[in-house]
Design a protein around this ligand. Structure first.
Ligand code: 2M8
Length: 449
């Protein structure tokens, strides 16, 4: 398919999902504004209309809480969503500004990456104006992450809910659910097929996408329970840290945060502003904070369970995101590449799967337990580039674009045969297609994998 046709398809998807000042991820399944979706979307929109890309970010920042948190969903008017405003009841927190309806948790902080890339699309004077405009909110967000989500100053922030990771049903977090969050009610659901079947009838997501492509009913019930628990604590940061069932230093979240803080530092320098105290410390620490997440024996980075103090030995695609965070020692890069090429783990016919083939959780078309997702693969690709692996990065870009060319602008793809799955007309797939097409090195050959 010629480059311009693919770009045209991507533009159509973004136009279809455009709701004025922000973009929904896709029509039926996700009709509100999501944090990291909007950041990826803004990165794509800058190739169409920079002002509109800026609005996407402004819109996200308008949902910021008084303590600095940027919630992972800002709810619009749509009614269809399964975990909507009535579940979260964000107004229970005194930190949620009047008029904002949102979740009480956050998501990987991709905003700084989007702000910098939008800046690249602007002339210098306008870029500085842009940076000055967003800096106060963005730095308050980073400072909140370091202050409230790392109260013991370890350098790594914690998450309390799988929805905050962006990789909702990823194996590492599902292990945590089984370890800490199986209430008697959930145990009953786990044991009783008829109860599961009954509860499944009330699911909204599986009326849009086939059930085998979504998380299990048990997993979903557990996620609802955890959200209600956060709500019962009124999203109070201190209480959440003390009382949450799951307290995890997520490797994806922290890798993205490390990179984002380096970007924020560049923004601050450009406009001559100092970084807030904790963010400045984090800037100086850099990617070194990820060290405790490395496992020398297996050659993977993992997330860490803060309750037991142990790494959760279930690799996912986020095990490669330290490459995106910064410089990884060459011997480790080699080991990570070995995993990426291993046909028994991540070296699937259409790489990189979200969950490796040898995981007990692996299902080729099920959400974050197998499929290839464009956003995280794009981040790994940037990480390969940054770590001197130019040829690997170029091959990955070609493969991703080929997958989209063949399958369309879908939410995710099977790593075994490349067939599309999940929701159609998915915004970040479209946006990152535009971003990847913009790279002059790219050659799209749909017949190559
Ligand atoms: C998925 O998550 C939402 C909850 O946030 C859901 O399943 O309802 C994830 O893929 C997440 O990463 C993404 O931001 C969101 C919207 O695309 O959908």
């Amino acid at each position: 398919m010629p480059k311009h046709t693919l770009a045209e398809q991507a533009r159509t998807v973004l136009a279809t999902n455009d709701l004025g000042k922000w973009t929904r991820p896709t029509a039926k399944l996700y009709p509100h504004q999501w944090l990291w979706d909007s950041a990826f979307i803004a990165i794509g929109l800058r190739h169409i209309d920079v002002t509109r890309a800026q609005d996407e970010i402004r819109s996200l920042l308008s949902g910021q809480w008084k303590n600095g948190m940027i919630p992972y969903i800002i709810f619009g008017q749509a009614k269809e969503y399964h975990a909507g405003p009535s579940m979260w009841q964000s107004q229970r927190s005194p930190m949620c500004p009047p008029g904002v309806r949102s979740t009480g948790g956050t998501q990987p902080p991709m905003i700084a990456e989007a702000v910098v890339r939008i800046g690249e699309s602007l002339p210098r004077a306008e870029r500085l104006t842009w940076f000055r405009e967003v800096y106060p909110a963005l730095s308050a967000y980073h400072e909140w992450l370091y202050r409230e989500r790392d109260p013991e100053n370890t350098g790594l922030v914690v998450l309390y809910h799988p929805w905050e990771t962006g990789l909702d049903n990823n194996p590492a977090w599902m292990e945590m659910i089984h370890r800490y969050a199986m209430t008697p009610r959930l145990q009953l659901v786990d044991k009783s097929r008829s109860l599961t079947a009954f509860l499944t009838r009330f699911r909204r997501d599986t009326s849009v996408v086939p059930a085998e492509q979504r998380m299990s009913t048990l997993e979903l019930m557990a996620l609802y329970d955890l959200a209600r628990r956060m709500r019962a604590l009124n999203y109070d940061d201190k209480a959440l840290f003390k009382k949450s069932k799951l307290v995890v230093q997520d490797v994806g979240m922290n890798s993205i945060l490390v990179r984002a803080t380096q970007h924020l530092g560049d923004i601050a320098k450009a406009i001559g502003e100092p970084l807030p105290r904790r963010t400045a410390e984090a800037y100086d620490r850099g990617a070194g904070v990820l060290e405790p997440l490395w496992n020398e024996k297996t050659g993977y980075y993992y997330s860490k369970d803060c309750r037991s103090g142990e790494l959760i030995p279930f690799p996912t695609i986020t095990s490669f995101l330290p490459l995106y965070a910064g410089n990884v020692p060459a011997v480790r890069v080699k080991r990570l590449l070995r995993h990426m090429h291993d046909p028994n783990t991540f070296g699937t016919p259409y790489p990189l799967p979200s969950t490796p083939l040898d995981s007990p959780y692996f299902k080729p078309r099920c959400y974050w337990q197998g499929p290839v997702w464009i956003n995280v693969n794009w981040l790994v690709m940037l990480g390969l580039q940054a770590n001197g692996q130019k040829a690997e990065a170029a091959a990955s870009r070609t493969r991703l674009l080929s997958l989209i060319t063949r399958g369309g602008m879908y939410e995710y793809f099977s790593p075994l045969d490349g067939t599309p799955a999940g929701a159609p007309a998915f915004s970040w797939t479209a946006a990152l297609t535009l971003e990847m097409l913009d790279d002059a090195d790219t050659t799209v050959d749909p017949d190559r994998r």
